[in-house]
Design a protein around this ligand. Sequence first.
Ligand code: BEZ
Ligand code: FE
Length: 288
Amino acid sequence: MSSRRTAPADITAAVIASFERSEDERLRTLARSLARHLHAFATEVGLTQREWEEGIRILTETGEITDDRRQEFVLWSDTLGLSMLVDALANPLPPVATESTVLGPFYVTGAPQRPHGASIAEEAAGTAAWVHGRVLGVGGEPIGGAELDVWQNGDDRLYAVQRAEGPEDHLRGRFTSRDDGSYAFLAVRPVPYTIPADGPVGTMLEATGRHPWRPAHIHMIVRASGYRTLTTHIFDRDSEYLDSDAVFAVKPSLLREFVLRAADDPERPASVDGEWFSVENTIVLAPV
Ligand code: BEZ
Ligand code: FE
């Protein structure tokens, strides 16, 4: 019998070796690498038993707070920058294509189809913002028939899905680009808001001196046959928190100016009273 003592590295090696028999090559790669990096993390910081018990408590709490309307695991992924990293790794785009960014937890399928130029606000929600532009391919060709699925928050900071009352289609809608690629809809100027911070992710943000704010933005998924589906935002370039987005989703190429327009501006949309904003946003889709 050998008197050699078991070292921490022996434990790591045994776990990595245990996945050797996996017949699924990709699964083998994922499992071995995960074990290697997890063990390297614990080894590097000298993880104590008390700290790991606390880690398990946080994971348990994350499961307990997650339900159909609240996805705390996604929030971890978002606030650790993993959602953005996975997107960047999976979606390298040609340089001229519009950049993608995080989907977020407030997207709900089945938004109403609305006509060109219609308002997505079903009740008062802030100053009107006329969002318009064209959907183009990387060669500059107009893409007609593209679907723009848009959603945003209002001046109460909430998305429709977060509100206990009020119309469920408030501040969301689907639009179709015209033959020349043009699209337009009436939004409201979005406001910064906090991601849900009353759970374990919020505790982490507080404990590490971070904040839960996101800069003002409008969400968009653009789908067109023959092109890659784009999940992106229009960021208000004058918003607070552009330099410290809680989910690391700001990309400089997605910043847009909300231009203040006078009430008597001849281009004022018919349904708007008083001052309004306009935002030009050209979207360039990559081919499949
Ligand atoms: C959002 O923009 O809706 C969002 C994204 C990530 C986490 C929370 C909210
Ligand atoms: Fe959002």
